[in-house]
Design a binder for this molecule. Sequence first.
Ligand code: SAM
Length: 178
Amino acid sequence: MVRVAREKCSELKNVVVKKENMLRMKHNNKFNVVLSINSLLMPSFKEIKRAVKNINNSLKEDGICFIIVPSMESLLYHGLLLLDSELKKTRENTAKRRVKEKLGLKKMDFLFGYFREGKYKQKFYYLHELRYLLKKAGFKNISISKVEYSWKSDSDIGDYERFPKEEKLWDWFVRATK
Ligand SMILES: C[S@@+](CC[C@H](N)C(=O)[O-])C[C@H]1O[C@@H](n2cnc3c(N)ncnc32)[C@H](O)[C@@H]1O
């Protein structure tokens, strides 16, 4: 990603591409805009708080940030679609068991919102949690909407089972100012 960004910006004189760790970066009142696209994925709540605070610090007064993160509610909604679909094929207890298997329930922590596979852990966000984190980090004018993913096979929803007639799955899209 960094290499591609450098290539794409190579002819722009006022663009510098740097690779930094959000947990350790120390920029103060420096940027008009900050984007974080599916990068706040660390499962540690303490680390997320630090990263969001560092993003806030890095913005100028009235600077704006745009953040996209995975949605926990979208995952739960997908569970609902799976259940309704399974109920057409089998009785309720079996349907519920199948949904738990399909969702990889043993790999999910629904309280703290993350997915675990071996050593890999990835954070998913509840709406209330996202609002809380942004407010605590000092953000104002917080607006959170959905960025929806197409059910089409070439879209970003990977190997999620598809329900093209239903409302789409989504990530959370944040717009907030300092
Ligand atoms: C799922 S990828 C998303 C990449 C790209 N933004 C996109 O949307 O295609 C997650 C990215 O977050 C970055 N990342 C994870 N932890 C980070 C941290 N502490 N500081 C900076 N970047 C981090 C990873 O290097 C990786 O590039």
